[in-house]
Design a binder for this molecule. Sequence first.
Ligand code: FES
Ligand code: FES
Length: 156
Amino acid sequence: MTVLVLCVNGERRETAVDPSTPLIFVLRNEFGLTGAKLGCSLEQCGACAVLADGERVLSCNRPAAEFAESEIITAEALERDRIGERVQSAFVAETAAQCGYCTPGLVVAATALLKANPSPEEDEIRSALNDHLCRCGSHASVLAAVRHAAAGTADG
Ligand code: FES
Ligand code: FES
């Protein structure tokens, strides 16, 4: 066991874990942040995405210790972020979820996209979300939500 200190959602959080523990288990089991979902555990579905220093990262395989110097933002804190809040509102407006299991990862990915590129082209939106699986088939409404959020972001 090692004492691990992470910056999560603007707070310094500390826990004693095996340093090889994947980030998602620290977030969910040690800190009670269950927004990131465990899907494939193989970095192939996107359900576990969080932001690290503003970029989308998958949390299911990489050791939490790798993120000791990063600012981690989980889906729970996106409403406090101007772009994250727009993305969340757009997902609600477009009813872009069915079971919702993939939704936190998609909202994280869309937020990362719009932070880097406030006016993405259609192919850029599709590329940013390409690694996110949704077995409920919400793809069309998810794309509509991201276009909706991008329109609001581009307007300032
Ligand atoms: S659970 Fe991490 S990509 Fe699927
Ligand atoms: S809404 Fe159910 S997996 Fe996407």
